[in-house]
Design a protein around this ligand. Structure first.
Ligand code: BGC
Ligand code: CA
Length: 342
């Protein structure tokens, strides 16, 4: 008898708890689990971009939406990155964000994602169009490379026209360029478009040297030292493909104790915290803002839309699957505005 009563009670309890669960099941939160891998943690801009992305995703969490993110850095190795993608897929990620180590070779990653039907957002390092066509669930978030060179060129032309750059007064600007990785869309296009823009603005140029420093401050310092040894005071303008390399160039002049007056004029790209500070201090004449908040927010919105299957129709794509954020000019006049965003 006691046993039967006990059974009845237990069954009753089980039935009640099932109902109770049933009541809340309408509110079971949707789950977006994002896996991120990026090419190298030594990269300043990417570290800042990924911080913005994590914060943005965090702010999208609600009672009905659970969002988690796992971030891996590939230490510059394509093999490591491919393994990371596999690991993130096995861990249950339903959206992947990939900053390719080798932007020319995404096939393995696309194959893995396609096999498990997990949408793929590439960012910052743009795959070539043919690779983006391999699968229709690949997306790209970045910025229009050509515009960054144009804006850098326009700012430089303005300063040159004020007469502050042509130190030897020969009517030409003796310049050097510090370039990012050789096969990166931003390096190739920034270099090309900054020079074209200066010429279009009627500036006579004399190229002294182009040096690759792979976006890296220490490498840029080293290259700049070599160029100073070769050209001494001849260099009037340093155009760097990013802020870290412009900062590295200044490190080289610092180390050689060059006075303010005997230094060239420096321009960067990115508006990283180091870059903005350098503009505020007057060390850089200007930089071009690579809108990490805008890119992070576009990536987060897209991640949630792909992970939940809702809201994709509200996103404005270019060419169906691309999102490009505009660049902006930063000078001493408006740098505070950008510092406030950080
Ligand atoms: C940024 C660089 C960065 C590179 C990494 C570029 O868009 O301007 O600072 O090193 O992306 O891919
Ligand atoms: Ca000159």
């Amino acid at each position: 008898m006691r046993k039967t009563l006990c059974m009845i009670f237990l069954c009753g309890f089980a039935a009640w708890s099932l109902c109770a669960c049933g009541e809340t099941s309408g509110n079971t939160p949707e789950k977006v689990q994002v896996g991120v891998t990026y090419y190298n943690q030594t990269d300043t801009f990417l570290r800042e971009l990924i911080d913005c992305y994590k914060n943005d995703l965090e702010s999208r969490k609600t009672e009905d939406l659970e969002v988690t993110v796992m971030v891996r850095e590939a230490a510059g190795s394509e093999k490591t990155q491919n393994e990371q993608v596999e690991e993130l897929i096995d861990a249950g990620c339903n959206v992947l964000c990939v900053n390719l180590v080798d932007r020319a070779d995404p096939s393995e990653i696309i194959d893995m994602a396609r096999e498990r039907d997990i949408p793929l957002i590439f960012f910052n390092r743009e795959p070539v169009a043919e690779d983006m066509m391999q699968w229709d669930k690949t997306y790209y978030v970045g910025a229009v490379a050509r515009q960054s060179g144009e804006l850098q060129g326009e700012m430089a032309a303005e300063v040159i026209k004020e007469g502050k750059v042509d130190k030897n007064g020969d009517g030409k600007i003796q310049y050097v360029i510090l370039e990012g990785e050789a096969d990166h869309q931003d390096a190739i296009i920034r270099t090309e478009s900054v020079v074209n823009t200066l010429k279009e603005n009627g500036i006579a140029l004399e190229k002294l040297s182009y040096q690759i420093a792979n976006w890296n401050r220490a490498q840029a310092q080293n290259r700049m030292q070599q160029m100073i040894r070769q050209f001494h005071d001849e260099i009037e303008l340093v155009l760097a493909n990013n802020d870290d390399m412009a900062a590295g160039a200044i490190d080289a002049y610092d180390e050689l104790n060059y006075t303010e007056e005997s230094r060239p004029v420096f321009f960067g790209v990115d508006g990283t915290s180091v870059g903005l500070q350098a503009v505020r201090d007057g060390d850089f004449a200007g930089t071009v803002y690579n809108d990490k908040e805008g890119q992070a927010s576009a990536m987060a919105e897209l991640s949630v839309a792909l992970g939940t299957g809702e809201g994709l129709e509200d996103i404005a794509f270019e060419n169906d699957r691309y999102i490009y954020l505009p660049y902006l000019k930063v000078t001493g006049d408006n740098v505070e505005e950008f510092m406030d965003r950080q």
